[in-house]
Ligand binder design. Structure first.
Ligand SMILES: Nc1nc2c(ncn2[C@@H]2O[C@H](COP(=O)(O)OP(=O)(O)OP(=O)(O)O)[C@@H](O)[C@H]2O)c(=O)[nH]1
Ligand SMILES: [Mg+2]
Length: 346
């Protein structure tokens, strides 16, 4: 998956990007430009499977990030390079300032969230209006698409993000090419002051997030960067001294997975132990398609054992005799933690 870090200028996007990707250690990502990076999604289940199989290669799934410079203030809008970079992301992470600015301006995360979301809504409203105008001129009135866009217009015109609308699968498909910004799942990260690294998001911001259908977490980007600089052995003590039990990176990844309804399944063997990311509800052929499109097309069935059963029983043979290793077909809905061996025709 790919997340876009967005927000107003100087809210700490690049600081967070560097802290998450670890890029601050070497050449830090540039400020005021588009930056790309990725992190491995840690998963203790993969560590365990890797210890059992001792494969030549262990592969975690990756979460990719794009960090774009923020507009200076309300109403400024994003530049076209940033908009292009954001067109492809699966979700936005809106970084809002939770620390006093250098010039002393106090933080107002709820205000920033409301303002930024309003910009996304205006951006989409402009797209819809332009298209409706064209269709009126070209006598496209009364077509299904026209009526659909009028419905979106009525929604956006009230200042509401498309995120809050219920769309059928067919509508989702039909409207995908518009790449609406206010439709993207939104994770708000309040970038708190150093002293508040373990604080919960302010209540007003929490309410604001709920109103626009977003999830919210609080973290401190500069503290996160410091954690990344420490020896792993020194990290627990430092975290404890701040009142934290884990780095914000872990919370961030969990929140993003939850937001996008993502889960992982695993493939195992002597060559490779690997995690794959899919959407909750994906059936076995689609899940297999993450590995290679041939596996989706030629999918016959999958041998499935759940991680918990596998680890409890200790081996594939034992799982088989205990009836925990099953054969599943095309309609099987893959579960988080399934270990799968896919059979396919080529
Ligand atoms: N006190 C404090 N300052 C921070 C924190 N995170 C970032 N800053 C400071 O805020 C300023 C802006 O940080 P950046 O990470 O460059 O902000 P940005 O959102 O990427 O800014 P643009 O790229 O201009 O949109 C820098 O001077 C940072 O040192 C934080 O957690 N606490
Ligand atoms: Mg930046």
């Amino acid at each position: 998956m790919k997340a876009g870090l967005v927000g107003y200028a100087q809210s700490g996007k690049t600081t967070l990007f560097n802290a998450l990707t670890g890029l601050h250690k070497g050449g830090a990502a540039g400020r005021g430009q588009v930056n790309l990076g990725a992190i491995k999604v840690p998963d203790p289940r993969i560590d365990k499977l890797s210890a059992m199989f001792k494969p030549k290669k262990t592969t975690f799934t990756e979460m990719r990030f794009v960090d774009v410079p923020g507009p200076a203030g309300k109403g400024t809008g994003l530049d076209s390079e940033s908009l292009r970079a954001l067109a492809e992301v699966d979700a936005f992470c809106l970084v809002v300032r939770g620390f006093p600015a250098l010039d002393g301006t106090p933080a107002d995360p709820a205000r920033e969230l409301a303002d930024f979301d309003a910009e996304l809504v205006l951006h989409d409203l402009a797209i819809v209006e332009k298209r409706l105008d064209r269709m009126r001129k070209e006598h496209g009135k009364g077509t299904g698409e026209f009526l659909e866009l009028e419905r979106l217009h009525g929604h956006l015109d009230q200042g509401l993000p498309l995120r809050l609308m219920q769309w059928s699968d067919a509508e989702e498909k039909e409207l995908a090419h518009y790449a609406f910004l206010s439709r993207r799942p939104l994770l708000v990260a309040v970038n708190a002051a150093e002293g508040d690294a373990a604080a919960l998001p302010p209540a007003a911001a929490e309410r604001g997030a709920r109103t626009v259908g977003a999830e919210i977490i609080s973290l401190c980007a500069s503290v996160e960067a410091e954690i990344g600089d420490l020896d792993p052995a020194e990290q627990p003590e430092f975290l404890a001294s701040l009142g934290l039990t884990e780095p914000a990176r872990a919370r961030f990844i969990r929140a993003a997975y939850h937001l996008l309804a993502l889960i992982s399944y695993f493939t195992v063997g002597e060559d490779e132990v690997r995690a794959w990311t899919i959407r909750r509800g994906d059936k076995a052929p689609r899940a297999a398609g993450r590995i290679h499109s041939d596996l989706e097309r030629g999918f016959i069935r999958a041998e499935v054992v759940h991680y918990d059963d596998f680890v409890a029983l200790g081996s594939e043979a034992k799982a088989r005799t205990e009836g925990k290793l099953r054969l599943e077909g095309k309609e099987y809905v893959v579960k988080d933690g399934d270990i799968m061996n896919i059979r396919h025709s080529s």
